[in-house]
Design a protein around this ligand. Structure first.
Ligand SMILES: C[S@@+](CC[C@H](N)C(=O)[O-])C[C@H]1O[C@@H](n2cnc3c(N)ncnc32)[C@H](O)[C@@H]1O
Length: 236
């Protein structure tokens, strides 16, 4: 608790992101990942491998843009920084650990932006981008009080359209289904999460899926187990 309070004070963060709750959420994700290292290991490795695979499909490697870079637990930053001329990490908050990691590499920039433009400035998508990654972000969009399911769907759909409109290699990783199992119940409650491919775009070249045990019993509550199915879709 003390560590989290200190991180809240010490992490550089624009006022709009702090006000919208992104910093609090980012610190909570960092703490959960540390507690659930073993449970999350497969998910983090699968995410990194999907990004590396997409990077390998790029004919030119001038710039990689990563949306939702967060703590970068799921990001092969070192490999991207070694092979791309520039790497832009875009998030509402850049945690201290990621800042230190980014500093080790020339060509890595940290950009504070809101991909939806709802709470803060939108990111720019430079014309020399050869790889765009949406990193476990799309299914998080609009998960905030006061935003209903229809608006969330619109936010996801716009995010997909923007991400794919660049026409470069794209790798979108996000949850497609959330499962909540309560102690004593035999069937979990399932929620599907649509992130639609905009009309007129080709089908992804490749799709990978895996299970992510986000919060096993005891993490959020002793009686609740939350897991998701994650999809990585790659367009080239
Ligand atoms: C589930 S985390 C992804 C995991 C992250 N790559 C990591 O290792 O921490 C979702 C990330 O998306 C960011 N995010 C959520 N909404 C956003 C938005 N509208 N614009 C930009 N980033 C956003 C959060 O701050 C968080 O870092």
């Amino acid at each position: 608790m003390l560590t989290e309070a200190l991180l809240y004070l010490l992490t550089p963060c624009p006022r709009w992101a702090r006000r919208a709750g992104y910093l609090r959420e980012s610190i909570a994700i960092g703490a959960r990942c540390n507690r659930r290292k073993k449970d999350w290991a497969g998910h983090l490795t699968n995410s990194k491998n999907a990004v590396l695979h997409a990077a390998g499909l790029c004919g030119r490697k001038r710039r990689a843009v990563v949306l939702g870079s967060g703590h970068g637990f799921d990001l092969p930053l070192e490999a991207l920084a070694a092979t791309f001329g520039r790497v832009d990490l875009v998030d509402t908050v850049h945690p201290l650990g990621l800042r230190l990691r980014a500093r080790q590499h020339r060509g890595v920039s940290l950009i504070e932006a809101d991909v939806t433009g709802r709470d803060g400035p939108r990111p720019a998508y430079p014309a020399d981008t050869d790889l765009i990654v949406s990193l476990n972000l799309v299914s998080q969009l609009g998960v905030a009080p006061g935003i209903d399911a229809a608006d969330r769907e619109i936010m996801r759909s716009r995010h997909m359209a923007e991400t794919l409109s660049l026409g470069c290699v794209a790798c979108v990783i996000g949850d497609i289904e959330r499962r909540e199992l309560r102690h004593g119940e035999s069937e979990p409650e399932m929620v599907s999460i649509n992130w639609l491919s905009p009309a007129g775009r080709p089908e992804p070249l490749e799709i990978r899926e895996w299970r992510w045990p986000v919060a096993p019993f005891g993490e959020i509550a002793s009686t609740l187990d939350v897991s998701t199915t994650v999809r990585a879709a790659i367009w080239a």
